[in-house]
Design a protein around this ligand. Structure first.
Ligand code: AMP
Length: 251
């Protein structure tokens, strides 16, 4: 069975985000970019499934500008067998990405499509759900445990929900989106970084996949969150109650 993994290139989680002066978005030039952390977890899970002998190939896919190739090389160095880069320089929204993945799944026929539960740049948390809808495949979102039973063509997914754990059994092929506690992604070793240089990255465009990139969404403006005021240390519980009553008016 083949596993396809969606890998998004995003601003590194440790970078302090700066909003562009014209409020049209956030500054991405000269900013460190990395693989979306939830996508690292998705790739790690795919690699573990393959290493346990229950999958034959892991294909990493990224959609976006030419620099996505660097992110895909990281995925190949972690252990993906090959990669597909769907090149598109402009703004992309989840529905367009989902349509691209639908077209790729139709062509590649993986048994499992793994995505991060959300991209840390747009925090949309939509792409996995949308692609499952387009494919009419079952979906297990926010997976904290994945057990694949290839023989019976099912996968069991634990999901952390309010107040407990929900366990789903999905028929394959299926879409799974990965949560933080699923696994601890590996680092790429130097020999694997060298090996990754010779692995194949296939180039495609949305037109090759017959997907028209358009969106019903328009970002009106992006602004920074209001600055938090400094806290104060109060001298007594009585003063705290007085302030909550008379200043904050919450009690
Ligand atoms: P989102 O719905 O934008 O929060 O993204 C959820 C997941 O969809 C990400 O963690 C990725 O696995 C996948 N995804 C979103 N955008 C892209 C992209 N441009 N290229 C590859 N995968 C993507």
């Amino acid at each position: 069975m083949k596993i396809m993994v969606a890998i998004k290139r995003v601003i590194d989680y440790a970078v302090k985000i700066r909003v562009k002066p014209d409020k049209s978005g956030v500054e991405t030039s000269n900013v460190k970019m990395s693989m979306n952390p939830f996508c690292e977890i998705a790739l790690e899970e795919a690699l573990r499934i393959k290493e346990s002998g229950r999958a034959s190939e892991v294909v990493a896919v990224s959609v976006g500008p030419s620099q996505c190739v660097d992110t895909l090389r990281t995925g190949l160095a972690m252990g993906a067998d090959r990669a597909i880069h769907v090149e598109f320089p402009g703004t992309l929204y989840p529905l367009s990405i989902a349509k691209i993945f639908k077209a790729l799944v139709d062509a590649e026929k993986p048994g499992l499509l793994l995505l991060g539960k959300q991209a840390i740049d747009d925090d949309c948390n939509q792409t996995g759900q949308m692609v499952a809808g387009l494919l009419k495949w079952p979906q297990g979102t926010f997976a904290s445990k994945v057990v694949l039973d290839e023989e019976n063509k099912v996968v069991t997914v634990d999901r952390e929900v309010d107040g407990g754990l929900e366990t789903l059994c999905l028929d394959l092929p299926a879409v799974i989106t990965t949560d933080l506690r699923l696994n601890q992604p590996r680092y790429a070793t130097l020999p694997n970084i060298m090996k990754a240089k010779s692995k194949v990255i296939k180039k495609l465009t949305p037109q090759d996949l017959k997907v028209e990139i358009k969106s019903d969404l328009e970002v009106i403006q992006v602004t920074e969150p209001p600055k938090r005021k400094a806290g104060v240390i109060l001298s007594s519980v009585d003063e705290l109650i007085d302030r909550l009553k008379n200043e904050a008016r919450v009690i």
